[in-house]
Design a protein around this ligand. Structure first.
Ligand SMILES: Cc1cc2nc3c(=O)[nH]c(=O)nc-3n(C[C@H](O)[C@H](O)[C@H](O)COP(=O)(O)O)c2cc1C
Length: 272
């Protein structure tokens, strides 16, 4: 690992992936006594700038992405695919998921990085509070998770020098997207749902427009959501007055189904 530099990149609409990325990147670079370059590609303008990384053998990338429907966020996948060239660089692949399951996302991230010329030397799937409800993994990653994440970061430093291939077991298989279910077990169809605005509560501060990773909320009139909505909940979490909300019945039923079935504490998975 001599003379390596650590690069950290994350897409994180509501901050969980960001928190993990910062912790792992910092721990690794301190342990390696090397430089650290940290950047996110959450917003459209950030993607234009940050998704142009061409690395080499003296670099180590830490990539942290949230799990959406058991896979990587599909609107972000092209940026991961086009924007990061490894050319022999090593990488740590991390996904964070909201207490249901990470399904195929870790295998997908590992595959994508390897296809781009990275050698993935460590990987993890880390539980974090689900953006749909704080009843799912509330407050995670917590202090105990952070201890495990710190250990993983230090183990990841050692793993950079590995000569064998990293084994992530059954997570290596990439299956179809998870189909969200309603309370009655039927598929929840909320692809076209968009966040509404309570005009009585909204103070027209436009913060919701500024954090939308798709740039879909019109800044001059935030009642207008003209582009794609990926249901990331960034607009809902950032609003200081609770003025944004979803009223889509399928979406709300899916959220209730998750609360009904997935409140047990899920385990982190670390692969070294
Ligand atoms: C559209 C969407 C789909 C999601 N799908 C899953 C899932 O399949 N499994 C799961 O456990 N969590 C799922 N989550 C929860 C997120 O992975 C989790 O809340 C993550 O921490 C969000 O990352 P962020 O805070 O960096 O935005 C989903 C969240 C969203 C917005």
């Amino acid at each position: 690992m001599a003379n390596k530099k650590v690069w950290v990149r994350t897409f994180s609409p509501t901050g969980n992936a960001y928190k993990i990325a910062a912790r792992v990147g910092l721990r690794m670079s301190v342990s390696m006594a090397c430089g650290l370059d940290f950047d996110e590609f959450t917003l459209p303008q950030e993607r234009e700038e940050s998704c142009k990384l061409s690395l080499g053998e003296k670099d180590h990338l830490v990539m942290v992405l949230p799990v959406y429907a058991g896979r990587l966020p599909n609107k972000i996948l092209p940026w991961v695919r086009e924007g990061f060239k490894g050319q022999g660089a090593t990488a740590t692949a991390i996904v964070t998921f909201g207490n249901r399951n990470c399904d195929s996302a870790l295998g997908e991230l590992k595959q994508e990085l390897e296809a781009n010329g990275f050698r993935v030397t460590s990987a993890a799937a880390i539980v974090s509070e689900h953006v749909f409800s704080d009843k799912l993994a509330k407050g995670r990653p917590d202090a105990i998770d952070m201890q495990s994440i710190d250990k993983f970061a230090l183990d990841s430093v050692t793993a950079i020098d590995r000569t064998d291939a990293l084994d992530i077991g059954s997570r290596a298989e990439v299956g179809p997207y998870y189909v969200p279910k309603k309370m009655d077990g039927e598929p929840a169809k909320f692809l076209k749902a968009k966040p509404l605005r309570d005009d009585g509560k909204c103070t027209r501060c436009s913060q919701c427009a500024m954090v939308c990773p798709m740039g879909s909320i019109k800044k001059e009139d935030t009642s207008v959501v003209e582009g794609v909505c990926i249901k990331c909940q960034a607009c809902i979490k950032v609003c200081p007055n609770g003025a944004r909300y979803f009223d889509d019945e399928d979406f709300l039923s899916h959220r209730d189904m998750l609360i009904e079935n997935f409140t047990r504490p899920a385990d982190n998975e670390f692969y070294i």
